[in-house]
Design a protein around this ligand. Structure first.
Ligand SMILES: Nc1ncnc2c1ncn2[C@@H]1O[C@H](COP(=O)(O)OP(=O)(O)OP(=O)(O)O)[C@@H](O)[C@H]1O
Length: 712
């Protein structure tokens, strides 16, 4: 606000001084009486009062909080008034110049209007912003983070930036040589070809410079993209499992495949544009001013039109960019699901169903992107309109100056040529803003992931205790973030080392959730889980998972060979280790019949193996680290009788000295367990051996067993 007061006073002082100097104030009545547009200074008094009134009104209204909303809605009117003041001053300046009048007042009026417009824009925006303020500071923070990411790769960008700077210097120098060449070759004096050679040599040098920095810049951008992808992927891999529950895999793939590239390329592109185009524009404008300051001044007219349009659509670009990322990921989510479930849609003849699902999200994508196309079109239209306006003014005014012999014809054509060059550079500069907003829209999630530091959380446990295999679950409560419903409700259970314990109970009552807690996929809200005497969250991540292994109902194999799948995540595992567990898990039996043996490729998600084979490879994979606790989450429920027998046999052999926790729906498979715990409503409602539990005829276990026997 103080700065605005300073500007008001400065304007008052300078305008009064200049008007006094031109004797306009003293002879104001005489000046009014003898008013003539081409010579009178009275107009400057009027312009002075208009801009002072506008700015004083805005300044005072901003202090009255209740009027802020009104100002915000109608601010553009005040800018228009200031713009008209500036325009009137420019026209007057040119008219004065044409008629040979002194014109300091006109110059000051123009400068003052420009200053007032810029400063009121910033000051009033900062004072009248509320919700937008947060958005703006968020944009600023995101932009700063994008820039900091770029600084990490500074060493690879140093060379292209240096070459770019050399090219920029050539750009500024080129018009000077061009002007010289023009007058040497086509001027009135004797013709001289050497300046043309200099000019062409400089152009050739510029071309070489440009090609070189573009090559190195391309490589540097690629490196930055690849490194960013690696960091984001690393951070995604270390996220808690709840992160994967909330973020569809399609969205995460889009982040890696397209957003990282856009973010890594944005800052270098911004620097290139700013460096090259600012140099270009400034150099050209100086050159244009030297050719004809009067014509150059007319170029100012289109600047507010173009800046306003660009700023107006900038924020929309950011929102659309965010929506596009989300929509893109919905599309990839649907296709990803369809491709991985190809057997499902084929077996149900549901191709048209899948197509309909995809069409739906694709249409949604169309409607979001069409908003973007509309904005681009409007933006482009107004920018081009602004440039046309400039051209018309230049040609009209140029014709006028030429007619009255105030402009040389050759200079005019040079002016037009360099004006076009400036337009290209200015258009690129103007587009930077909306491009920046687009990138900010794409960057939010990527930067959130990068800043979340999930590695520290995952590796917070450091202990590596001597593990015997006892598990104690004490007063554990848990609910998923997504719905907040209590799933595990004050659950207590103790499992002695070497015991086989089965978890049974009605569907949806929390058995698998308990396994997820034991696997540290989620942390309990309260209570604790101990492995022997150590709380599991204090144990080192890698160590814990080497001691507590899981075989899931539908294990996921990766697209490598059987050997790679068995030794997955166990870099120190040897061929002997692999063979030992392969024998134990009945894997060797079928692998020895395969042409490529352990080098047989499993295919994506293990599609080239049967269900039973996949399950046995998964068991071998779990056993290779010599775990003390084996968790079997319905490991055989998806298998046919023969495969189940093979897997059961493998499990029985492997788990002899281990603590085994089994979730089973087929109760016949857990009859011989040392202990059976019935899980109901997230708590243990009964526990004991099969015989003990069967004694309670009203109990859930008895009912479940009876129901299954009846079904059989
Ligand atoms: N990732 C998740 N996010 C939110 N809710 C979940 C999630 N996984 C499971 N649930 C909910 O938690 C409850 C318990 O599910 P859980 O899979 O633990 O049951 P279960 O006893 O293993 O069932 P089943 O025997 O059918 O496998 C269910 O109501 C389920 O909807």
């Amino acid at each position: 606000m103080r700065f605005l007061d300073f500007l008001i006073l400065l304007d008052l002082f300078v305008t009064s001084y200049l008007l006094d100097h031109s004797r306009c104030i003293k002879d104001i009545f005489l000046a009014l009486y003898n008013y003539k547009y081409t010579t009178s200074h009275v107009d400057f008094v009027v312009l002075f009062f208009i801009r002072q009134l506008v700015v004083l009104y805005l300044r005072n209204t901003v202090e009255q909080k209740e009027k802020i909303q009104k100002i915000r809605e109608s601010i553009w009117r005040y800018y228009c008034l200031l713009f008209i003041c500036g325009l009137a001053a420019i026209v007057k300046l040119l008219v004065f110049d044409f008629f040979g009048e002194k014109s300091e007042c006109a110059l000051w009026s123009t400068v003052s209007a420009v200053f007032f417009t810029i400063s009121t824009t910033f000051i009033i925006r900062s004072l009248t912003s509320d919700g937008n303020e947060n958005e703006e500071s968020e944009n600023y923070k995101l932009f700063k983070s994008i820039f900091n990411l770029h600084l990490k790769h500074w060493s690879s960008f140093r060379l292209p930036y240096f070459l770019l700077a050399c090219e920029c210097i050539c750009f500024v120098y080129e018009p000077i040589l061009f002007k010289k060449m023009n007058s040497d070759m086509f001027g009135d004096g004797p013709q001289n070809f050497s300046s043309c050679v200099h000019w062409q040599l400089l152009r050739l040098f510029t071309v070489i410079l440009q090609a070189t920095w573009e090559y190195y810049m391309g490589l540097a951008k690629l490196r930055a993209t690849v490194d960013l992808r690696n960091s984001v992927y690393e951070n995604i891999l270390h996220q808690p499992i709840s992160f994967f529950d909330q973020n569809p895999s399609g969205e995460l793939s889009t982040l890696l495949s397209s957003n990282c590239g856009a973010i890594a390329s944005y800052t270098p592109e911004l620097i290139v544009s700013v460096a090259r185009d600012v140099f270009w524009v400034v150099g050209n404008v100086i050159f244009l001013l030297s050719l004809s300051w009067q014509l150059t001044l007319t170029l100012l007219v289109s600047v507010p039109v173009i800046s306003f349009v660009s700023a107006y659509f900038g924020n929309d670009k950011k929102t659309i960019s965010e929506e596009t990322v989300a929509s893109d990921s919905r599309c990839s989510g649907i296709t990803g699901e369809a491709f991985s479930g190809a057997r499902t849609f084929r077996s149900m003849a549901a191709e048209s169903n899948e197509l309909r699902r995809y069409n739906f999200v694709n249409e949604e994508y169309y409607s979001i992107r069409s908003k973007d196309v509309r904005i681009d079109f409007t933006n482009e239209f107004f920018i081009n309109f602004g440039w046309r306006l400039e051209s018309w003014l230049i040609y009209g005014y140029g014709y006028f100056l030429r007619k009255y012999d105030q402009l040389d014809g050759q200079e005019f054509s040079t002016f037009v040529l360099y004006h076009y060059r400036s337009i290209y550079a200015l258009t690129r500069l103007i587009k930077l803003y909306s491009e920046g907003m687009k990138t900010i829209g794409k960057s939010k999630k990527v930067l959130d992931i990068l800043n979340s530091n999930p590695k520290a959380r995952l590796h917070s446990g450091t202990e590596k205790p001597n593990v015997v295999g006892g598990i104690t679950i004490e007063d554990v409560n848990f609910s998923y973030e997504s719905n907040g419903r209590t799933i595990i409700n004050n659950l207590n259970l103790s499992i002695a080392a070497g015991q086989t314990v089965a978890l049974v109970g009605p569907s949806g009552h929390g058995k698998s959730t308990l396994v997820s807690l034991l696997q540290r996929f989620y942390a309990p809200m309260s209570g604790r889980i101990l492995l022997d005497q150590t709380p599991i969250q204090n144990i080192d991540h890698k160590f814990y998972h080497s001691k507590v292994a899981l075989v899931a109902q539908e294990p996921v194999l990766f697209s490598g060979t059987i050997r790679e799948n068995i030794l997955y995540g166990y870099d120190e595992g040897s061929e002997e280790d692999m063979m030992r567990v392969a024998q134990m898990a009945n894997v060797h039996e079928f692998v020895s019949q395969m042409a490529d043996g352990y080098d047989t490729v499993c295919g994506e998600r293990g599609v080239r193996l049967s269900g039973g084979q996949k399950q046995r490879v998964a068991i071998a994979r779990s056993l290779v680290r010599n775990p003390r606790v084996l968790i079997l989450d319905e490991a055989t429920s998806a298998l046919d009788v023969e495969s189940e027998a093979l897997v059961q046999e493998a499990l029985a052999r492997c788990s002899q000295d281990m603590t085994v926790l089994v979730i089973a729906h087929r109760l016949s498979t857990v009859r011989n367990a040392d202990k059976i715990a019935v899980i109901e409503n997230g708590a243990v409602s009964a526990q004991g051996t099969h015989e003990e539990l069967m004694e309670d005829r009203e109990g859930t276990y008895f009912k479940l067993v009876t129901r299954q026997s009846n079904v059989i």
